[in-house]
Unconditional design. Sequence first.
Length: 249
Amino acid sequence: MSDDFEGLRAVVTGGASGIGLATASELAARGARVAVLDLSPDVSPPLTGVRCDVSNDTEVVAAVATAATTLGGIDIVVNNAGIGAQGDVTANDDTEWHRVLDVNVLGMARVTRAALPYLRASTSAAVVNTCSIAAWQGLPNRVLYSASKGAVLAMTLAMATDHLDDGIRINCVCPGTADTPWVGRLLDSATDPAAERAALAARQPMGRLVTADEVAKAIAYLASPLSSSTTGTALAVDGGMYGLRPRPR
Ligand code: NAD
């Protein structure tokens, strides 16, 4: 069984930056035709950019149709677009809750819903959702973000069972803190960015941040025929954060 993507057609949301860009590039390097759906889809060939706000259903329906026409169908959906939210339960009002859940949870449901007819027609259909360690572990000051990723995990399992007989495998990855532009922005806003980076690294037993490429390779595995018996599961890419205790270094 091959781990290449020759002849396969993939849609990656949030594919213009960080984990999404690394994933789109990995799939393309292995032979897939890839459309990136993003708010600012400024990507270089061979990737094709399609502007899409995943919180807008009309845009999602149009962008998925455009991607399917451009690629000649869709075999793989990587639901990766997501936004952050910080603070305890008092930190975000209802408007902010709706905004984050609309992107992080409904965004993945909308894109999957729009892509379903194409996935049903594929003989190698896979959906991979970017979840987070925050779905499993109580991280400080991340109530809203964690709620959104908990929903992504549960939604992944529920969708996987619904679409078993359609031949569509649906899984998610749970990254720990990954070195992406998002985390860069977070560190830039800290009082002491170097100390904050060291604290985030120390939280992961391997003592370092995960790279976007490492998450991309895990997503590629779940999207490829190599994982043909795997559906309804979550793969941690977290430097050991979920299973191990951080150790003093
Ligand atoms: P990033 O900010 O570098 O990239 C996110 C991309 O999503 C950007 O290109 C952005 O334009 C796009 N995007 C944002 N809102 C969108 C919308 N409404 N519609 C379409 N596109 C939109 O972030 P990243 O760190 O690569 O994170 C990607 C995913 O990984 C997110 O779902 C995030 O929750 C998850 N994640 C990240 C980390 C981490 O430490 N970086 C850890 C766990 C999970």
